[in-house]
Design a protein around this ligand. Structure first.
Ligand SMILES: [Zn+2]
Length: 330
């Protein structure tokens, strides 16, 4: 039945094409004309006076944008984006696993990920509990230690992620601003966005923030069902983890855990204390609305510096970058 219907439809289309061939031709001609006209308009816009004048005027803005894009790539390359690992499957590389059943190929979807260090294989109960209380289960099963060192590690991860997040967000607002300054005709952004950024000279940064993900996974013995809870370590989760760890440390009444915690809120407090002004070169958010500011340890953590208010300062990205370069040289 369907076959016959299909044949009828094809026959109908053929008949229409033969009978109304001039309409088909006209549609094709219009389509081609629209494209050609659009292309000519695009060429004219890019070589036009308005665009060229903007290009000259904004060249330093574009250059700075590209420098920050390179800086974001540096942060990304130099950062460590991981924390603890799961104990399950730490020896699993010694074995290989194969599903050799001939039927029910869909079971392959539910093969346990024993070899991934960010996946904890566990019972269904643990998967459910982890979704209700992710921080507690993260600490318990991924070996995040409630010690001063463990806390420092989480804080370091939080700083790297927030630095990268800041830089990436800064780039996005800069990009929007540059596009706004050029204010190209709508059809340019709609059809020639790539050509536009190329002509402007903006290096679009492909970097996204690689927040580590930790997974609690249950796979049934037969592989017919699986359930997982995923915890993404973004800034709110990391801040929660920092507070949970320090709470545990404090409960044990050690001297540690009394200091300020390097959370997103605390970093913001330091910037506010410094009036959003770089302590080295005195450039401020008032001078440059898109200024990328960072919080720096005066004595670095690697040299015993503490995350205390008097050891923290606000620096602009340029000064922070050249300070850390000097540290490497020294
Ligand atoms: Zn500065």
């Amino acid at each position: 039945m369907q076959f016959v219907l299909g044949l009828l439809a094809i026959a109908l289309l053929l008949w229409l094409a033969v009978t109304f061939w001039y309409i088909a031709l006209a549609v094709l001609a219009i389509w081609i004309t629209v494209r050609v006209v659009r292309h000519v308009r695009m060429k004219r816009y890019f070589s036009g006076e308005v665009f060229q004048a903007h290009l000259k005027e904004l060249s330093s803005v574009v250059t700075e944008h590209n420098e920050i894009a390179a800086y974001a790539a540096e942060i990304r390359a130099g950062g460590q984006f991981g924390l603890g690992t799961s104990g399950t499957g730490s020896r699993s590389s010694l074995a290989t696993f194969e599903n050799t059943s001939r039927h029910d190929y869909r079971r392959d979807r539910n093969v346990a990920h024993y070899q991934a260090l960010n996946v904890h294989n566990c019972s269904l109960q643990v998967v459910r509990n982890a979704s209700a209380d992710p921080l507690k289960y993260l600490i318990k099963y991924f070996g995040v230690e409630a010690t001063e060192e463990g806390l420092a590690q989480v804080e370091k991860l939080g700083e790297t992620i927030s630095r990268l997040e800041n830089a990436v967000n800064n780039l996005k607002t800069r990009e929007a601003d540059i596009t706004g300054e050029f204010n190209p005709p709508k059809f340019i952004l709609k059809h020639y966005e790539k050509q536009f950024t190329e002509r402007v000279g903006v290096n679009l940064s492909p970097i996204s923030v690689p927040c580590p993900e930790y997974v609690f996974e249950y796979v049934s013995a037969g592989g017919n069902s699986s359930q997982r809870t995923t915890v993404k370590l973004n800034t709110p989760t990391i801040d929660g983890l920092i507070e949970a760890l320090s709470e545990r440390i404090r409960r044990r009444r050690s001297a540690a855990g009394q200091r300020a915690l390097m959370t997103a809120r605390f970093r913001e407090e330091i910037k506010r204390r410094d009036d959003y002004t770089c302590r080295y070169c005195s450039v401020s958010l008032d001078d440059e609305p898109h200024l990328l500011l960072e919080v720096d340890h005066i004595v670095p953590v690697s040299r015993g510096g503490l995350s205390t208010e008097d050891n923290l300062q606000t620096l602009c990205w340029r000064c922070n970058r050249s300070k850390s370069n000097k540290m490497i040289d020294a």
